[in-house]
Design a protein around this ligand. Structure first.
Ligand code: DC
Length: 230
């Protein structure tokens, strides 16, 4: 009897986790990798933002854990996990614009700090991830949502670079210092909260995006993804 090929461990997979703070270029890189590698795409930050929009529309205090959790549990989600047409519909209505509003951005850290909301959104993300073939961006993807991801990347960038990028995205050139202050505030909230703070997961590759183009980072990650056994 000869030994046959040793079967690969049952990895369903091709899950690519991309974590990092806001303004690190996560979304551009994550979408680029998904396009390049023919994978689906999920922006988990958008789900926290969507809950925030729902809570604000319901007139809730974003730090009222019980009320925001009940609001979250009642939502009907429809997510299009595609790098080009990514969309979230909440109870049938698109929320693409509302989730980028200044109000939602200011309130989202409070909502994302509620453990029961995180639990619901981790479940939601896992249901979208399903059997894989997807790039997932967020803060706790490698550490919590998909610890078995085959590729884990933690993107960082200089605060000044991140603020410049955010200011340009939001049409707020000239307001870099104000944008930088908002970023620092949100970083602090996101990395010091008790529930799943933003940390570098074991096994994650840390890439500093400061001096590199998105294209170069997409190349680097795509090479890892395409070398991964499926
Ligand atoms: O990436 P973003 O700026 O769209 O994220 C919005 C907020 O959601 C941010 O304050 C951190 C939080 N977030 C989180 O706690 N966990 C995730 N997986 C993704 C985002």
């Amino acid at each position: 009897v000869t030994h046959g090929q040793v079967p690969m461990p049952p990895r369903s997979h091709h899950v690519v986790a991309i974590d990092g703070p806001s303004g690190s270029g996560k979304s551009t890189v994550a979408k680029g990798v998904a396009l390049r590698c023919g994978l689906r795409y999920l922006d988990t930050g958008a789900t926290y933002r969507a809950v925030t929009v729902a809570a604000l529309r319901a007139g809730l205090d974003p730090s009222d854990a019980a009320a925001v959790t009940a609001c979250t549990a009642a939502l009907r989600w429809d997510i299009t996990p595609d790098p080009v047409t990514f969309a979230i519909h909440l109870d049938g209505a698109a929320v693409a614009e509302a989730i980028r509003s200044a109000e939602a951005t200011a309130a989202v850290s409070a909502v994302a700090a509620i453990p029961a909301v995180r639990e619901l959104l981790v479940k939601l993300s896992r249901s979208v991830i399903g059997s894989g073939r997807i790039v997932v961006e967020g803060r706790d993807i490698a550490a919590v949502v998909a610890p078995d991801a085959g590729v884990k990347v933690h993107l960082i960038a200089d605060p000044a670079v991140r603020a410049a990028r955010r200011a340009a995205e939001q049409g707020r050139s000239g307001e870099e210092q104000r944008v930088a202050a908002e970023l620092v505030r949100r970083d602090h909230l996101d990395s010091t909260r008790a529930a799943d703070p933003l940390t570098v997961a074991p096994g994650a590759l840390v890439i500093d995006a400061s001096g590199q183009t998105a294209e170069a980072i997409i190349d680097q990650i795509s090479t890892l993804v395409l070398a991964e056994p499926v």
